[in-house]
Write a protein that binds this ligand. Structure first.
Ligand code: C5P
Length: 227
């Protein structure tokens, strides 16, 4: 069977990772959540007091990039790979609203992007991979055999994210979540280095009114045509 690269890009909280994870499972492919890698860098910056409410030590963070070792380890019970920073499982710690607030400014730093993109390209060198993010089809794997661009209205996305965060036990307001989702989208789409744009050859899917099963079926059909 022909192994391919499947790139799934789109705005925040479009449900990319949920569907990418399931698609990878069905195809027996590796799944990589690149957002988790940018979140890991933001988490590192917060832990090391390099970023905060009124300070952002970009140069110091760049100097420390070699100290950041990000890895994914498959968790059999969960059925997906969790993210580790310097050997510590940070899968849950990177999903807080605090990390969400700092991650997009961190992701504008070219040195950060360069480091992570290099690691992502290595992870996909043997193909058989589903990778989701913002620049996978445009920068990381411009030759990916299948590119998807997921969209949904900002309100649909904020509602999904709010529900997810409440279920995880976070105490926050819907307005804070909506504000975070729209701010991140604005930063991600307007940054100079690798802005979030739909690749010319990507297939756009608006999943506002699609169930997970419907999305999975659509993507599986598209993938099976190529594989
Ligand atoms: O996918 P997720 O929402 O967890 O990503 C968190 C943030 O990481 C995004 O808002 C974006 O700023 C950044 N990101 C990126 N490029 C990627 C993946 C994520 O800039 N490939």
């Amino acid at each position: 069977m022909n192994k391919i690269i499947i790139a799934i890009d789109g705005f925040s909280s479009t449900g990319k990772s949920t569907i990418a994870k399931q698609l990878a499972k069905k195809l027996n492919y590796i799944y990589v959540d690149t957002g988790a890698m940018y979140r890991a860098v933001a988490y590192f910056a917060l832990e090391n007091n390099l970023i905060g409410e009124d300070f952002f030590h970009t140069e110091k963070l760049i100097e420390k990039l070699d100290d950041i070792n990000i890895a994914f380890k498959f968790n059999e019970d969960l059925g997906f790979a969790e993210v580790y920073l310097n050997g510590k499982n940070i899968e849950k710690a990177i999903r807080t609203l605090e990390v969400s607030q700092y991650v997009s400014p961190i992701a504008t730093i070219s040195e950060v992007r360069h480091k992570l993109v290099e690691q992502q390209q290595l992870m996909g060198k043997d193909k058989g991979i589903v990778m989701d993010g913002r620049d996978i089809g445009t920068v990381v794997f411009p030759d990916a055999e299948l590119k998807i661009f997921m969209t949904a209205s900002a309100e649909t996305r904020a509602k999904r994210r709010y529900k997810e965060l409440l279920e995880r036990g976070h105490n926050l307001s819907y307005d804070d979540v909506l504000e975070n989702v729209t701010t991140r989208d604005r930063i991600d789409s307007t940054r100079e280095d690798s802005p979030l744009v739909k690749a010319e050859d990507a297939i756009e899917i608006d999943n506002s009114d699609l169930t997970i099963d419907e999305q999975l079926e659509t993507l599986l059909n598209l993938a099976n045509k190529i594989i």
